[in-house]
Design a binder for this molecule. Sequence first.
Ligand code: ZN
Length: 209
Amino acid sequence: MSQLKLVTRQVGPWGMNTYALICSDSKQSILIDPGDDPETLQEMLGDSQPIAILLTHTHVDHIGALAEMREALSVPVMGNDGPHEPGGKDIQADRWLRDGDTVMVGEHTLRAVYTPGHIGDQICFVLEDDHRVIVGDTIFDGGPGRTWSSDGFKTTLETLRNVVLPWPDDTVCYPGHGPHFRLGDRRSQIEAFLAKDHGDFFGDATWDM
Ligand SMILES: [Zn+2]
């Protein structure tokens, strides 16, 4: 069984990373976060057979082309039913993915992992038997996902501590914005960030603050 092929394109005014996962054995594919530019999204899928659209969360930069792609592909839409707050959109999913739920692409398994903080419906997609995770806006190369309240920020800290840091060093995180990175290369910075008292902070955070 060969590895899932991962295709990345930046779409929309915020340069959001859309991902396609393609199984070269079965030709099945999955589109993650249809943010904008349906033509580019179609091109990413090539001649594969899409079986689902997955959402890491419901902020507009991640779902801007959802309606068009849902119609074009006629496949089920799957996301998390946590509060679409702050700033998310109410969506009609065909299947709600909760922590631990899995989606098959050919013989490959994606596992949803709930990672709230940036928004209440944030999930990651862990590629089982692989070292890659599609993390959405959970974590970036340069810092944790943006937050809009100190409660949201504190939830982000818990998610980093309890969900993200336990992943192995070899995990490669593919975020919603910016470059992918190896978790082991950021671990000491994340740990130092978590060890500091950030008071009532919220907003855009970087590891060195
Ligand atoms: Zn977001």
